[in-house]
Ligand binder design. Structure first.
Ligand SMILES: [Zn+2]
Length: 334
């Protein structure tokens, strides 16, 4: 998936800055050498004059002895190199400077993105995702299934372990099918609701998924429900009192994947209810994906928000119910 326009602009500016800094550095070197070795300043002047003369001749269709010009230029350049190396400088000390010699700081090699561009994109995507740096190592590979009991809990048909294995497999399928979803395959859903009580691993699963999607180059944005509604209300009410609230607004409108953590823990009022509906509905219409995690049961979700929200979720979300013991407590040996 192509990068978001805002990212492209930011990256373009980054390359412009790199090129600008490198040009400044080159100019500083030229100045330094011209002061130290005045003969090189003369040589540079002569080389420049030859270039101007030949350009003018070409412009006026005047016959020129090209070979003679090239030979003269080469001799001047050679003299310059000799002077430079004699003074202890490398031959290319005055040549243009490139941070990336592969793409000459353009980001592209014959229209294909250079490795340096891919690195910049990945870094920016991570910065913009709102995911803490410490979450970057949470992945499906580090998922610890042993914290889920393989004995049935007496409530659900499947044991917590069987259930989480199913969810895990479904998320792998989701990752495979997501490209098709964005390409309009109506058999695929883009949205997910993770349901379950505190500590059963909903946030961990969300983080794993977010990291996978970031690696695939998607525009991911992660936010807790409380923060989300505070910032949306800040912008909607034209207050702009919370730093970064416009960025959140932008991300919610534009990101490929919006992760809303802990829905139901925010302060709910008529604003949050209508905003949540607009958000779920709007993103669905725009074929964007939303991943929600919540402690609320389905009945609670309906009571807390509205029937039109819960029915929209039933229609267009994959719903995964996660259960088992509190993993955070289990990890501490409680
Ligand atoms: Zn490059």
């Amino acid at each position: 998936m192509s990068l978001n326009a805002a990212y492209s602009k930011e990256i373009k500016q980054e390359y412009e800055q790199i090129r600008f800094r490198n040009r400044q550095l080159q100019n500083a070197r030229i100045e330094e050498i011209h002061l130290q070795i005045p003969r090189i300043a003369e040589l540079d002047g002569e080389i420049r004059d030859i270039n101007i003369d030949s350009a003018l001749s070409a412009l006026h269709d005047e016959p020129v002895d090209k070979e003679e010009l090239i030979a003269r230029t080469h001799a001047l350049i050679q003299e310059k190199y000799d002077l430079l190396t004699k003074a202890g400088y490398p031959e290319d000390y005055l040549a243009p400077i490139y941070t990336c010699k592969q793409c000459l700081d353009t980001g592209y090699i014959q229209n294909e993105p250079c490795e340096c561009l891919k690195e910049k994109q990945a870094r920016l995507q991570y910065q913009h995702s709102n995911l803490g740096q410490n979450l970057s190592d949470e992945s499906f590979e580090t998922f610890q299934i042993q914290y889920y009991s393989s004995s049935p809990d007496g409530i659900h048909k499947l044991s917590p372990r069987e259930n989480i294995e199913n969810v895990y497999a479904a998320l792998h399928q989701y990752m495979i099918g997501i490209k098709d979803y964005f390409q309009g395959d109506t058999k695929q859903k883009g949205n997910i609701l993770f349901q379950g009580s505190t500590g059963v691993g909903k946030t961990f699963l969300s983080n794993c998924l977010a990291n996978e999607l970031l690696k695939e180059g998607y525009y991911v944005f992660y936010i807790s429900a409380g923060n989300l509604f505070e910032r949306l209300s800040d912008v909607t009410m034209n207050k702009y009192q919370i730093p970064g609230s416009q960025d959140v607004y932008y991300a919610v409108e534009n990101c490929d994947f919006l992760f809303i953590d802990d829905l139901g823990t925010e302060f709910t009022n008529s604003f949050t209810i209508s905003k949540l509906y607009d958000l779920i509905n709007g993103r669905q219409l725009k074929k964007k994906a939303t991943i929600i995690s919540t402690n609320l049961s389905f009945k609670e979700l309906q009571e807390h928000y509205s029937e039109r929200i819960s029915s929209r979720i039933v229609d267009s979300y994959y719903i995964y119910n996660i259960y088992g013991k509190d993993i955070r407590r289990a990890k501490r040996g409680l």
